[in-house]
Design a protein around this ligand. Sequence first.
Ligand code: KIV
Length: 274
Amino acid sequence: MITTSKIRQMKAEGTPITMITAYDAAMAQMVDEAGVDMILVGDSVGNVLLGYNSTIPVTMEDMLHHTKAVCRGTKNALVVGDMPFMSYQARMSEGVANAGRFLKETGCTAVKLEGGASVVRLVEKMVAAGIPVVGHIGLTPQSFNQLGGFKVQGKDAATAQKLLDDAKALEAAGCFAVVLECVPALLATKVSKELTIPTIGIGAGNGCDGQVLVCNDLLGLNAGFTPKFVKKYANLHQNVVDAVKEYVSDVQSRQFPAAEHTFKIDEEVLEKLY
Ligand code: KIV
């Protein structure tokens, strides 16, 4: 079972860290078997599985439900539960209690939350309570209304400096890793070099200590827009459509179910029926 110390050790040794999202036990089993180091039960479940157009509507109950399922399917990877919008922003005590619910009720090892300086005191409290925390800065999708959309962050000197300061503040507060989302590659490389904790990049180039992708993006499971930073390793959307088309056609032409899919009964038994 991968621990937070193992993740920190991987950075120290220069071993790239792999992270991927999963939202249910079946996907968790597959990505765990493939050897991923960390599984993030992202609040991206809202867009990816639940049909919302942002992560804003996702609730604590949604996240606990999906994180429990992922933990049931995982043997080796470190599972991180993502704190949804308004589960930690209003009151610090509520944030710590909600982070605690992830560990107590789902069996995951750590939580992730979005924000830099604004969440530092909260992170300190969580860490003091024994809860491992992953930070998340750069493009923070829960604030997309405030950021004015899904844009690359830290492109000018002021915002780049703020990103570096936020990363250092999260490290000082006790985060064991920090996600950098949609950040210019050279800035992410600088942040990664300055921190002793690992950076996990998504749209942040090759200089991060690890990488994370949304499983449905990597597998090509969802149709529609694919962000520039995604590499599609499969086109499962088309595979599923083709397979289901074949099933529909087999049922309509009575080719399915065939003899090998069918249970038998002795004819004498049928003859006894009246
Ligand atoms: O919710 C999510 O999937 C995430 C990743 C994009 C890092 O936060």
